[in-house]
Write a protein of this length. Structure first.
Lengths: 538, 126
């Protein structure tokens, strides 16, 4: 058995700053060239939002994995397992199983009926204006929560790598990251963003794979030995058992249920994941891309189990917690322990790239939703031409980019996986009931959709505001006040069933009937692909 | 060049209510739903059973089976296995039972020929 490992010298990390920056700079340079080349063919709105629907299933599947495996998956889950043991593993399982909802119930049907955004599908057979506005608002809200989490991850990483704990220095680096992201999206549109995600997914999965093999080789490729070493370092056999974080009280057990519910129902309702299904030419390619991404994502989450326990065994929970960046620093610290400055530099560059790519994907989704759903369909009532719409989308990118930078500067060191789980809860509450009802329930009406979306979105956000996440606890965003009247950190267990109920109630109380011809069209199109948007040819 | 407008051309000339009521379409819908609904219920039940066990049956989940590997870890890894298995099952079911009918109906409406991948064969447009 390996004894207590020599503590990672956090101060020594500073010496590697230049190397980290060089590796990261190389990644930025290479991807910029690709983005420039990809952007040459960006002519129409379909090109800008949906990459001309020209990606193959496997390319898109890799890009989905790149979009989905955010800082939450890499930094957040590894940290959660390193510190809370088995309870952190729950994130991996929930994030993966959730893909079955997307595969079985949503991906292909959505590809067949929509054009650019989630609202296209939701408003297909309902009244355009109210449903589009509601869907766009919830898209913007989910993207904002998700952006906040990514920027919190960027902050953690920066403070660890540069040893910067002063506010101004961190802010400066976040501004640089944000500005880069705006450039990718402005120049490259969906095609450029997709290529950045493909490259990043390959780097991330390969990097995590190398670290996993490395950790396993230390323990003779015996998982049981690794777990034993984690127990020894933590000096607590319970790191292998459920309940270390969530088993403390009845309330925290309920919180675990709530988290589990939000994770499994959130994925298929994330606007930036849904939008990716439009970048392929057919529903069959959409199916292929989901299958491809399930394999990649599943593989990656198996790696996180080894990385998390590896960090627990080799670095130790106490070192991780006291390092700058806290719980999110487990993966970089493990890389430093294994391969010294070079591996740390590579892994940090990959983590930066991860954040950059996910933020770009979120930004283009939010911009498309604003330009296509609110500007083109509501403000100018469908009279705006495609060029103006893309122009509005580009301006929105800048606005959202600036918002993300400001949010990132103020985001604190909460676990990134935890913050993303909140975005999942908001998405599952606001979007999933309406997606499922409008695809599968013939009688569903506009009133049901509007009640469900606003009810789900509103209840999720209000419950988060009055939860221990925002106030009253040691790790809350506002530590000095206490208005946490809702005891759970994750609102899903209340807001998701409520949104499903409101969708049903709004529909049965609705005196107006929806157009049955539209319902027939949506059903036939969703299952057969008749009249689905085709790839653009150049 | 881009072709945003082309898609609605076919759509507007079709009586979708009539297509919806045809036997072939009803068959496609039945085949789709009779697979995805039970499967969705099954994996959600299995997932929540796992979450409940991890939440309220800590003793059981902590039972060591082999070395330091306990039941909780094995059940967690089985969630991965079942996810991969259901994915493969669905793909094979779609390829065999759903895609041929969907292509047939689409062909009837659009007057296109489709290859096995569901892409319109060039030159076959009526």
């Amino acid at each position: 058995m390996i004894g207590i490992p020599s503590a990672v010298n956090v101060a020594a990390l500073k010496d590697t700053t230049l190397l980290n920056m060089a590796i990261f700079g190389l990644f930025v340079a290479v991807t910029m060239v690709i983005v420039f080349r990809a952007s040459r063919n960006n002519k129409t709105a379909a090109d800008y939002y949906a990459a001309g629907r020209s990606f193959s299933g496997s390319q898109n599947g890799t890009a989905i994995a790149g979009d989905y495996l955010s800082a939450a998956s890499f930094l957040g889950i590894t940290g959660a397992i390193a510190i809370n043991g088995y309870d952190g593993f729950m994130y991996s399982i929930g994030f993966l199983v959730a893909w079955l909802v997307a595969l079985l119930l949503v991906a292909e049907l959505l590809r067949n009926t929509g054009k650019y955004t989630m609202a296209d599908v939701l408003s297909f057979r309902l009244k355009q204006r109210p449903v589009r506005i509601a869907a766009a608002i919830s898209t913007l809200a989910v993207c904002f929560f998700y952006l906040l989490a990514q920027m919190a991850g960027a902050g953690s990483l920066i403070s660890l790598l540069l040893g910067i704990s002063d506010w101004g220095g961190q802010a400066l680096v976040i501004i640089v990251v944000g500005a880069l992201m705006i450039m990718y999206v402005l120049i490259g549109g969906m095609k450029g963003t997709t290529w950045v995600q493909i490259i990043k997914a390959i780097l991330l999965i390969a990097g995590a794979g190398v670290m996993t093999l490395w950790v396993l080789s230390i323990y003779g490729f015996n998982l049981s030995n690794l777990l034993g070493a984690a127990v020894e370092t933590a000096n607590n056999p319970n790191v292998l058992n459920p309940g270390l974080q969530y088993g403390k009280s009845e309330t925290s057990k309920l919180d675990f249920m709530s988290l589990g519910l939000a994770l499994v129902l959130g994925t298929a309702a994330l606007p930036h994941v849904l939008m990716r299904f439009y970048t392929v030419p057919t529903a069959k390619e959409a199916r292929k891309s989901v299958v491809w991404s399930i394999w990649l994502i599943g593989l990656f989450y198996l790696f996180t189990l080894v990385l998390g326990y590896g960090a627990a065994a080799l670095v130790g929970a106490d070192t991780i917690k006291s390092a700058p960046g806290g719980v999110n620093s487990a993966a970089p610290l493990l890389a430093f322990h294994l391969g010294g400055p070079l591996l740390l530099g590579f892994i940090s560059a990959v983590a930066f790239a991860t954040i950059l790519a996910v933020v770009a994907g979120l930004t283009i989704t939010a911009a498309a939703s604003f330009a296509h759903d609110i500007y083109a369909s509501v403000i100018s009532k469908g009279k705006a031409d495609a060029d103006t719409e893309v122009k509005v989308a580009r301006r929105t990118v800048v606005v959202i980019g600036v918002m993300a930078i400001v949010g990132g500067i103020f985001a604190n060191g909460q676990n990134v996986a935890f913050l993303v789980a909140l975005a999942f809860a908001v998405a599952a509450s606001a979007n999933l009931p309406t997606i499922v009802y409008s695809l599968f329930w013939r009688k569903f009406t506009t009133q049901g959709a509007v009640w469900s979306m606003y009810g789900g979105l509103g209840s999720a956000i209000i419950l988060i505001i009055f939860s221990p996440v925002v106030s009253g606890g040691a790790t809350s965003m506002i530590k000095d006040a206490n208005f946490a009247i809702f005891p759970l950190s994750n609102p899903g267990i209340v807001s998701i069933p409520l949104a499903f109920f409101l969708g049903w109630l709004g529909t049965v109380l609705d005196k107006q009937r929806e157009d049955t011809a539209k319902q027939a069209e949506m059903e036939v199109r969703s299952l057969t692909g008749v009249g689905a948007e085709k790839a653009t040819n150049h | 060049m881009g072709n945003d407008a082309q898609t609605t051309d076919t759509a507007e000339s079709v009586d979708f209510k009539e297509v919806q009521s045809t036997e072939r379409f009803q068959e496609l819908r039945k085949r789709h739903r009779s697979f995805v609904f039970p499967m969705a219920v099954a994996f959600l039940l299995w997932y929540f059973a796992y979450v409940l066990l991890a939440d309220y049956a800590v003793g059981f989940m902590s039972t060591k089976v082999w070395g330091n590997i306990n039941i909780g870890l094995i059940l967690g890894l089985l969630q991965f296995v079942s996810t991969f298995a259901i994915t493969g099952w669905y793909v094979s079911y779609s390829n065999r039972k759903l895609d041929p009918i969907a292509a047939e109906i689409r062909q009837g409406i659009e007057g296109h020929e489709f290859d096995k991948a569901g892409n319109p064969v060039s030159g076959a447009v009526k």
